[in-house]
Design a protein around this ligand. Structure first.
Ligand code: C2E
Ligand code: MG
Ligand code: MG
Length: 705
């Protein structure tokens, strides 16, 4: 019994031992598994003693912090601290743990290399038998997540604030999202667009090929960019620079389209402004030469298709240069602006007016039915230009000359037509200005001849082809010779005798009249002194001075020099200037005349009656003689109008104390009439034609005997 009992006890003990052993093994196994799990966990595990000294860290700790176990064992976890969390934060954490409670939160630490480490952390105090023995910290590295969040936040801020419009669609092109700038650009509300397709803002400006190209690029390169016109809600067409990007998912299927719209409105406006400046005249706002040249090619092309006629009118102001030179540019500018307005008013809405040079305008009548319609328009333009213009207290008169050429009959290309309209305009100038002329084939020949003449004239001085003739002037009462007018003559080897009426204007335009003028003046003064030496009793010598010569600042000085050199008494010199000259120059610029008068020269107004000057204006000038133009004398005494004008000129001149000379007396009737009305001096073929110096000496000797 005892033995049995003993055995039983022993057996029981054995069973208990086996059970215990198995339990222990299980616990050990469990502990091992637990340890294995901790060691291999992706979470960082840190175990410290109750004084917060590190007793254990797992592999993940090494991987995430960059520290080895060796380096941290026995140290405080504070070695990981960044300075990004406040002291309060740690104080709060320690208080929680000291109370034996679990702490949870996000730590911002630093890795060994200094980079930031964001950790979602849970720290548990381990209490055994009521005694705190350790702390266990389990931490999840959330650095990537945090950084991604930050990036997303930045992107979102960009999305919200960027000036470009952004639209995001799904793969079906249904709008998912748009940013505030998009709303502002297109004027739609968000609700109106979400779920819609981008076609809602498409304009018809682009054609199908355009879109096909765009989709091809998107499908092959995942990207397209280019200029696109869109339509805002208001219907306004909106130019944009559009960039579309395809966003694909992991398997390469299209997830989204992102479209970025940069508004080009301002840039295009600026481009247009630059374009406007390049093609318009800043003074008159009219199209300029470049615009005209660009436009005319299109106009001709269209006219060719529709078999219509186009007229080109070249409008050149007659006295503009002088106004500009003497009254100043601002006066000239004011005049141009006014004239541009006037011309514009008489044109039709299809007609084009451009300013192609200082005082040159061009009008394109497109289309024009008949030639005479262009003539009617030219006459209208001339009449509005002729009306007096008030600019800054000046009352100005001007006229224009117009040349007209037609497409296609006068030329099939731009440069030919332009050239022909130009030569027609010069023809109008030659015809006495203030008129219009059509281009004819003959004109081209004339232009050639004129160019030829110009070339020859350039060398006339050096080749000594120029010389003077003298036409006697005589007292109508006594028949005694009072003086002579020096008249220039040109004898050219190829051209023969060329009339001054032909070459003087060319000499003026080319400017060589300046040199020629000094030559004439000196030559005439010298001849006069020769006559005196030969005992001729002649009061004066008249010399014509061109208005072009008056543009020379030192004209007076140079003339004075010649006078002194030749030794001629200045009171023997009569300077002839034309009436149109007086009109072209303002009183302020007439000081040269006063200077000349102050040293004793006499001033004579030539061709009086042909200009527009008023007698009251004449009164204000310092003059000595008025020369009635030969066109008035020609029809005396039959033409009643001319009779009245001549009588008036003589009477008024006398009342102002001026001498009167009548030029172009060809008949005894004319002479008789002029004498009757107290004209002082006569000049004309009836008395004597212009002649060379020796003939003149002989003539005077015979007459004055
Ligand atoms: P002008 O100064 O009015 O000169 C008078 C013109 O009338 C001269 O023509 C003269 O020959 C012409 N004439 C004189 N009597 C008669 C007449 O009874 N009947 C007709 N039909 N004509 C007559 P010319 O010499 O051919 O000169 C023409 C113009 O050329 C001049 O007109 C003048 O404006 C200009 N001219 C001539 N010589 C010079 C010069 O040395 N310098 C400048 N600047 N111009 C000159
Ligand atoms: Mg004269
Ligand atoms: Mg004259």
């Amino acid at each position: 019994m005892i033995t049995f009992s003993f055995f039983l006890l022993a057996f029981l003990i054995l069973i208990i031992l086996v059970f215990k052993y198995q339990q222990l093994r299980k616990t050990t196994r469990e502990l091992l598994a637990f340890r294995y799990a901790i060691e291999n966990s992706d979470n960082v595990v840190v175990l410290t003693d109750k004084d917060r000294k590190i007793e254990y860290v797992n592999d993940a700790f090494e991987a995430h912090t960059g520290y080895t176990k060796h380096e941290v064992l026995g140290k405080n976890p504070g070695i990981l601290k960044s300075d990004l969390l406040s002291d309060d934060f740690y104080k709060n954490m320690n208080e929680t743990l000291d109370r034996g409670e679990r702490w949870q939160g996000e730590l911002i630490n630093r890795r060994k290399d200094g980079t930031l480490l964001y950790e979602k952390t849970s720290i548990v105090p381990i209490v055994v038998d009521g005694e705190l023995i350790q702390y266990l910290a389990i931490k999840l590295d959330i650095t990537d997540y945090i950084e991604q969040q930050q990036k997303l936040q930045q992107s979102a801020a960009v999305y919200e604030t960027i000036g470009d419009g952004i639209m995001i669609t799904d793969s079906e092109k249904k709008i998912l999202s748009i940013n505030p700038s998009f709303i502002q650009m297109f004027g739609y509300d968000e609700e109106e667009l979400i779920g819609q397709e981008p076609t809602i803002i498409t304009s018809t400006k682009q054609d199908r090929i355009f879109y096909r190209r765009m989709w091809y690029s998107l499908m092959t390169k995942d990207r397209w960019k280019g200029k696109m016109y869109n339509k805002a809600k208001s219907g306004k067409r909106l130019p944009t620079w559009l960039t579309i990007t395809v966003v694909r998912d992991k398997v390469g299927a299209i997830a989204n389209f992102i479209a970025i719209y940069a508004n080009l409105e301002e840039i295009i406006e600026m481009e247009e402004k630059a374009d406007y400046l390049a093609y318009h005249d800043s003074l008159t706002q009219l199209p300029n030469r470049a615009h005209f040249e660009r436009q005319i090619v299109d106009i001709f092309d269209l006219a060719k298709m529709s078999k219509e006629k186009v007229a080109i009118l070249f409008v050149d102001l007659d006295r503009f240069k002088v106004i500009n030179d003497t009254l100043g540019h601002h006066v000239g500018d004011g005049m141009l602006v006014e004239l541009a307005e006037r011309i514009k008013k008489v044109l039709g809405k299809n007609d084009l007016l451009a300013r192609i040079g200082g005082d040159e305008f061009v009008v394109i009548l497109n289309p024009v039915k008949e030639k005479k319609d262009a003539g009617v328009m030219a006459a209208k333009i001339l009449s509005v230009i002729r009306e007096p213009i008030n600019v800054q207290d000046y009352h100005l008169n001007t006229t224009a000359s117009i040349g007209i050429a037609f497409y296609p009959e006068d030329g099939e290309d731009r440069s030919t037509i332009v050239k022909h309209a130009d030569s027609a305009m010069y023809h109008a100038k030659d015809k006495g200005k203030d008129n219009y002329q059509f281009y004819t084939k003959q004109l081209s020949l004339d232009v050639q001849a004129r160019l030829n003449l110009e070339q020859e004239l350039l060398h006339a001085m050096e080749r000594e082809e120029l010389f003077l003739y003298y036409q006697p002037q005589y007292y109508l009462k006594s028949g005694k010779i009072s003086g002579a007018e020096a008249l220039l003559r040109w004898e050219n080897l190829n051209l023969g005798r060329v009339s001054p009426d032909k070459f003087i204007s060319i000499a003026e335009e080319t400017g060589i009249i300046v040199d020629i003028g000094y030559f004439v003046f000196e030559e005439a003064c010298k001849e006069y002194m020769h006559w005196k030496e030969q005992g001729l009793d002649i009061d004066s010598i008249s010399v014509n001075i061109s208005s072009v010569q008056f543009r020379e600042d030192d004209l007076f000085e140079k003339l004075k020099e010649i006078i002194i050199k030749v030794g001629i008494p200045p009171y023997s010199i009569e300077i002839e200037i034309t009436e149109s000259f007086i009109m072209e120059y303002s009183t302020t610029n007439l000081t040269i005349l006063e200077d000349l008068r102050n040293i004793g020269c006499k001033i004579s107004i030539d061709d009086f009656g042909t200009g527009y000057s008023s007698m009251s204006y004449m009164k204000s000038l310092a003059l000595d003689t008025i020369k009635i133009d030969k066109s008035f004398v020609a029809d005396l005494p039959h033409n009643t109008h001319d009779v009245e004008v001549s009588k008036a000129i003589i009477a008024l001149s006398k009342s102002l104390g001026y001498h009167v000379i009548a030029e172009g007396i060809e008949t005894p009737e004319q002479e008789k009439f002029l004498l009757e009305y107290h004209c002082d001096i006569g000049q004309g073929y009836y008395f004597a034609k212009p002649m060379d110096s020796s003939a003149f000496v002989a003539f005077v000797k015979e007459k004055n005997q």
